[in-house]
Design a protein around this ligand. Structure first.
Ligand code: BGC
Length: 363
């Protein structure tokens, strides 16, 4: 068995082994700040990797968890929709959170919670999974409708990004994830007439706004008004295909991430990252790899997979980030002191590895 296949096997073991009976995936079972929580964003990419690698039941059960969790939030979604309709949007702290406990409960603690991307990402991931394995989306229809209603009412709002930062900004990768989710469910044909019309309108407006305000010098940018990219944008080209890989903006975005954020194969989140000193993230190398693969650079994608694999521990565990090339070394100690050593394993790293490994033909 090749080293890469061995890591795929241990990745599946980590993901399936830590999945909860409820279907929730812990972001990291051992890391102080993440223990006990499942994020819609992380979980959706983990389920996508597991689904691509053949763990169909694991992905099914994660999407069941999403559906059950959203059903518990039907009252909140109704309030958000009514507030938006009446011109009195609910405050950020009453929007849906980014992470939930394994039983779908909302934690009573402080977190950077108002993030919209995960509600789009799960829509995209569940449609991908259903298409890949011939699943009937009817099983998740109620939760899909709740998510669509929530996103259609809220997508214009500034919120925290993938990295749980800058809630005052409108983040381009967040908009792309919402757009990808809405377009996925529209293409799958699971929405009724009026809801489909509203989703269609929002999806088109998102595309127009990103073209107008989120694209500079031929590539997508981190947020409206900023000129540099964020590595999360590769997801919109690679796995999500929200940008057609033949679109020059897709090519330009992958190139911008590679030239400004990749160093020796490892990928940084964004240029002024200070979290744990601003290291390099294996999950982002895998997303860049998928962007490269989609835009025609298979050797580049393979190199990205190799780099991600090189960060695994001897036990086959992938970390959240490595400190090979820190952007802000002076900031590392404060995070180690606050939360302990870097999260390892991070299930999302394993999910993203699995998806690229699969797309490269399981080398
Ligand atoms: C990252 C998020 C992630 C969370 C759980 C945070 O440090 O910024 O993207 O969802 O950890 O893995």
């Amino acid at each position: 068995m090749s080293t890469l296949t061995a890591l795929a096997t241990s990745s599946l073991d980590v993901i399936v082994g830590h999945q909860q009976p409820s279907g929730a995936y812990p972001a990291s079972p051992t890391f102080s700040a993440y223990r006990g929580f499942c994020w819609f964003r992380d979980g959706s990419f983990i389920a996508d990797g597991a689904s691509a690698a053949g763990a169909v039941g694991s992905a099914d059960s994660f999407f069941d968890w999403c559906a059950g969790t959203l059903a518990q939030q039907a009252g909140t979604v109704a309030a958000v929709v009514a507030g938006a309709r009446d011109g009195h949007p609910v405050p950020d702290d009453q929007m849906l959170p980014a992470r939930f406990r394994f039983d779908g409960a909302i934690a009573d603690d402080d977190w950077w919670d108002f993030q919209l991307d995960g509600y789009g990402t799960w829509l995209w991931a569940v449609v991908e999974h259903a298409r890949r394995h011939g699943r009937d989306l009817g099983r998740w229809a109620g939760a899909i409708e709740l998510s669509v209603d929530y996103l259609v009412a809220s997508w214009r709002r500034p919120c925290f990004d993938w990295w749980e930062e800058h809630s005052e900004q409108v983040h381009v990768s967040t908009l792309g994830c919402i757009g990808a989710g809405l377009e996925a469910v529209l293409t799958a044909g699971v929405l009724d007439g009026d809801r489909a019309r509203r989703a269609q309108q929002a999806a088109a407006q998102i595309r127009a706004l990103v073209a107008e305000r989120g694209t500079i010098d031929g590539h997508l940018t981190k947020w409206f008004g900023r000129t540099d990219p964020d590595a999360s944008l590769c997801a919109l080209v690679g796995p999500m295909r929200w940008l057609d890989p033949a679109d020059p903006v897709a090519v330009g975005t992958v190139r911008a991430v590679r030239t400004s954020l990749a160093v020796d194969g490892g990928v940084h989140r964004f240029g002024d990252d200070v979290f744990y000193g601003g290291g390099q993230w294996p999950l982002l190398s895998c997303l860049l790899g998928q962007g490269l693969l989609a835009t025609g650079d298979a050797p580049g994608a393979r190199a990205a997979l190799d780099w991600a694999a090189s960060t695994a521990t001897a036990d086959g565990l992938l970390p959240e980030q490595v400190a090979d090339h820190l952007l802000a070394p002076a900031h590392r100690a404060e995070w180690v002191e606050r939360w302990g050593e870097v999260a390892t394993p991070l299930l999302w790293s394993h999910g993203q590895y699995l998806r690229l490994w699969h797309d490269l033909g399981q080398p």
